[in-house]
Design a protein around this ligand. Structure first.
Ligand SMILES: Cc1ncc(COP(=O)(O)O)c(C=O)c1O
Length: 406
């Protein structure tokens, strides 16, 4: 009889990754082996409050019972057909998602980057077929400091050299303007513009919230210029900011929404391009697709996600607890925090570089039993599951205070 394999420790597992995994990430030194709700547990049984929530992919917490039940039910019936055939879950998912977002049609994909790529293709096709832009001349205007994913086309218009360097040649057809600058946007838009593609709040850049009126201004400008407004709500959407969509804070309805992350309930990758019939109607059979896009397991989980959002409970929690988060962070200003930006349960916290880098503070926080992640040197991003309780949130803020104090 062979002895059962000894469970490896966190340190051993981290060391084991080194030679066999590409080094495209620099994770915090914690090895998670289980999770429930707002909490994760490491290999040694230590518990941590998850204040990152998979970059908003876990808006409903880990293993939300309704989502797990929907996944189990579907796993027992049908998981994949490919779009060569219809499946019995896709129509309901598209109907519910379109209704939730106030749009007409859905193009289901898997990852966020795929939704962005698909949105770019749809916008270009619309520009040629509907707007009448001469062949191969369409441009898309994007914002500096954007983050839309990691594919070759998407990094082509990134302004982050680390994301681009060594990956050229790049895809042409993009114009970059400063974020939150309507005059610059106006100057960049012309008769070749297919779309303006922006994040309503720039997540990776450090939760950068544009001035009031910017999103409404983008809507007005794109309408006047006869180009599409494509809003990347992959991180900002689906409850995070206290609304179903971040654009709702300005009462704005874009032509195209890009959704992902939380749409898969933290269980399966599910993304979607959601838009008006005028725009998504330009796609015909054979022009775009994905083997896994719209698979029945994804559609079942995605439908359960939409059902949770239909109740409004998570948006309400994000708004109410967002006020607690904002008050708590205000109290930390001057105690290691030099400034912060927050909307709903989402905050970018700038720490005083004199007390440590964002990474060092994140490691200290980890030792206090809270998981969060730094971005751009001295910013810590907080995005807990929207299921977090007020006590848990206050406790996380207490841990942050301790981590800042060293
Ligand atoms: C706004 C935004 N768009 C697109 C993406 C890419 O999503 P994915 O990592 O699923 O490809 C992200 C990921 O962080 C994002 O924040």
């Amino acid at each position: 009889m062979t002895a059962p394999a000894r469970t490896r420790t966190s340190a051993e597992l981290i060391e084991a990754e080194e030679p066999v995994l590409a080094h495209n990430y620099h994770p915090l030194p914690v090895v998670v082996s289980g999770a429930e709700g707002t909490w994760v547990e490491d290999v040694e049984g230590r518990r941590y409050l998850d204040m990152l929530a998979g970059y908003s992919a876990l808006n409903f917490g880990h293993r939300h019972p309704a989502l797990i039940e929907a996944a189990h039910r579907q796993l027992d019936r049908l998981t994949l057909t490919s779009r060569a055939f219809h499946n019995d879950k896709l129509a309901g998912f598209a109907e519910r998602l379109a209704a939730l977002t106030g749009q007409d049609m859905v193009l289901p994909m898997n990852t966020g980057a795929e939704a962005v790529e698909s949105g770019i293709k749809v916008a270009r096709k619309w520009a040629y077929e509907v707007k009448g832009v001469p062949a191969d001349r369409a441009t898309i205007v994007v914002a500096a400091d954007n983050f839309h994913g990691r594919t070759t086309t998407i990094v082509s218009f990134s302004t982050d050299e680390t994301a681009r360097s060594g990956f050229g040649p790049f895809t042409p057809g993009f114009k970059v303007v400063p974020y939150n600058d309507l005059a610059a946007l106006e100057a960049a838009v012309d008769e070749t513009t297919a779309a303006v593609l922006i994040e309503p709040i720039q997540g990776e850049a450090g939760v950068i919230i544009p001035d009031d009126g910017y999103l409404a201004g983008v809507r007005e400008l794109t309408r006047r210029a006869g180009c599409l407004f494509v809003a990347d709500e992959i991180q900002s959407g689906l409850g995070r900011t206290g609304r179903t969509l971040a654009v709702e804070h300005e009462g704005v309805v874009p032509d195209v929404l890009l959704l992902g992350k939380a749409l898969g309930g933290g269980i399966v990758p599910v993304s979607a391009v959601v838009g008006s019939r005028d725009v998504l109607g330009v796609l015909r059979p054979g022009e775009h697709g994905s083997t896994f896009g719209g698979n029945p397991l994804a559609a079942a989980v995605g439908t359960a996600v939409v059902e949770l959002l239909e109740t409004g409970e998570f948006q309400r929690r994000a708004e109410e607890l967002g006020a607690v988060l904002g008050e708590g962070l205000t109290e930390l200003v001057g105690k290691g925090v030099v400034g912060f930006r927050a909307r709903g349960l989402w905050a970018g916290v700038d720490v005083d570089p004199a007390i440590g880098t964002g990474r060092e503070i994140s490691e200290r926080l980890m030792r206090e039993g809270v998981l969060a992640k730094d971005t751009h040197g001295s910013t810590i991003r907080l995005a807990p599951p929207l299921t977090i309780t007020e006590d848990e949130l206050r406790s996380a803020l207490g841990s942050l205070e301790k981590a800042l104090a060293g």
